[in-house]
Design a protein around this ligand. Structure first.
Ligand code: CTP
Length: 395
């Protein structure tokens, strides 16, 4: 999404400037060409050299530097940009922009750009709550500027409250979202992801190798394409994607309850979760002690959530996943029919570059009309985009 995009990263003064360094790293790693414009105060916190080394481009700081103007005309720089990010944006910077003031290079460039502007504010919590700042933020939003909410926590000034710069990953995802065409606007998408845990006793459980990466990639992509996304996920180590309604669950029974609750109001259900097929017939109340040489656990079948959805579906589009180790097409095709799905994503989890806990996947899409599409090895983010393209066509 950001590959080859021209981004201006505007940095104003505040302790959170160090996070802008990490954001720059994420942007360049994604293939964006980033020009950094720093306010005078920002240079007090981190040197321009740091941003220059990471961006590979000269850093712009001074409106009246003849040398900088000869090297790069800041007006045409602002004009060529695909996206302008302000992170961190101080209350002062937001105030100036809303007033139409352009008294330094940063504010002049913001005013001169026709690109979308994404603002990530950071300030003391009292300043953030000040009605003047709040009015300024609302005015900017009404003018079409994208303003992120700061996060809450302990601030560098020693106070506790709202005003922290959002994590670099959050700003990065928001940047992707701003540049993504909103072709799923108005669509309600439910994604399940990750493994379920079936408890044996208070300290042990049965689970599987699912990392949740595929489902999280789908939820992220759908949100960026404008869908209203609910992500129902078992335990994973992944950060919650920006802007999704996150419902954490543990067991298959909890996942089933959460899925059924939201099903009626959902347009598209994508079940990437690896649901445990069996649970303990009797979960022990206390920790099981070691005694006999052998031990047998009695399991009983979990309800098949997806099959249940297939039986009651009306307007919904249902997408399942089939992680197989043999007879890929036959097994996946059988699940497609048995669960009354519109599409199933089949993958051989034993193939190198596919399966659990890797960032790539090799999948086939099996359609209800019998069509089978074989996709090359690609990242899970790319699989997610391809899958959403097919789902969009089905709608
Ligand atoms: N699934 C589900 N509820 C279950 C089991 C599976 O909703 N109790 C969903 C999964 O989320 C996935 C699809 O059904 O989208 C296929 O899951 P899979 O485990 O591959 O299939 P099973 O039907 O459980 O068959 P088997 O384990 O025999 O391969």
């Amino acid at each position: 999404m950001l590959q080859g995009k021209r981004i201006i990263l505007g940095v104003s003064g505040g302790i959170a400037v160090y996070k802008a360094v990490e954001l720059l790293r994420l942007l360049t790693k994604a293939g964006a060409n980033v020009d950094v414009v720093m306010s005078k105060n920002a240079c007090e916190f981190v040197t321009p050299l740091t941003f220059q080394s990471l961006s590979g481009n000269p850093v712009h700081t001074d409106l009246f530097s003849l040398h900088q103007e000869q090297e790069i005309d800041h007006i045409s720089l602002a004009d060529r940009a695909d996206l302008f990010i302000l992170a961190p944006a101080t209350a002062n910077l937001v105030g100036k922009i809303v007033q139409g003031l352009a008294d330094d290079l940063l504010t002049t460039s913001v005013m001169a750009t026709k690109a979308p502007v994404l603002i990530a504010p950071a300030m003391n919590c009292n300043m953030y709550e000040n009605p003047i700042y709040q009015r300024n933020q609302k005015d900017l939003q009404a003018l079409g500027y994208h303003v992120l909410e700061p996060t809450t926590g302990s601030l560098a000034c020693g106070w506790e409250g709202a005003g922290k710069l959002p994590a670099p990953e959050v700003i990065f995802a928001a940047a992707q979202a701003v540049l993504t065409p909103k072709d799923l606007l108005g669509c309600k998408v439910m994604v399940t992801a990750g493994p379920t845990r079936e408890e044996i006793d208070p300290v042990r459980y049965i689970t599987n190798y699912s990392s949740g990466k595929m489902g999280y990639a789908i939820a992220t992509a759908a949100q960026q394409r404008g869908a209203e996304v609910t992500l129902i996920a078992g335990a994973t180590n992944l950060p919650v994607p920006f802007g999704v309604n996150y419902v954490p669950v543990s067991s298959a029974a909890q996942m089933r309850a959460a899925v059924l609750e939201g099903y009626e109001a959902t347009d598209i259900v994508i079940k990437a979760a690896a649901v445990a097929d069996y649970r303990l017939a009797q979960r022990a109340e206390q920790k099981l002690k070691k005694s006999a040489e052998q031990m047998t656990l009695e399991l009983e079948k979990n309800p098949d959530i997806l099959a249940e959805l297939g039986q009651t579906k009306n307007k919904q589009i249902l997408v399942g996943f089939a992680a197989e180790t043999e007879n890929l097409l036959a097994n996946a095709g059988d699940k497609l029919k048995r669960k009354n799905l519109d599409l199933i994503v089949a993958n051989d989890v034993t193939a190198p570059g596919a399966g659990f806990d890797v960032d790539t996947n090799i999948v086939r899409f099996l359609h209800a009309d019998g069509q089978v599409e074989e996709l090359e090895q690609m990242t899970k983010a790319q699989v997610a985009e391809q899958l959403l393209d097919r789902v969009k066509e089905l709608r």
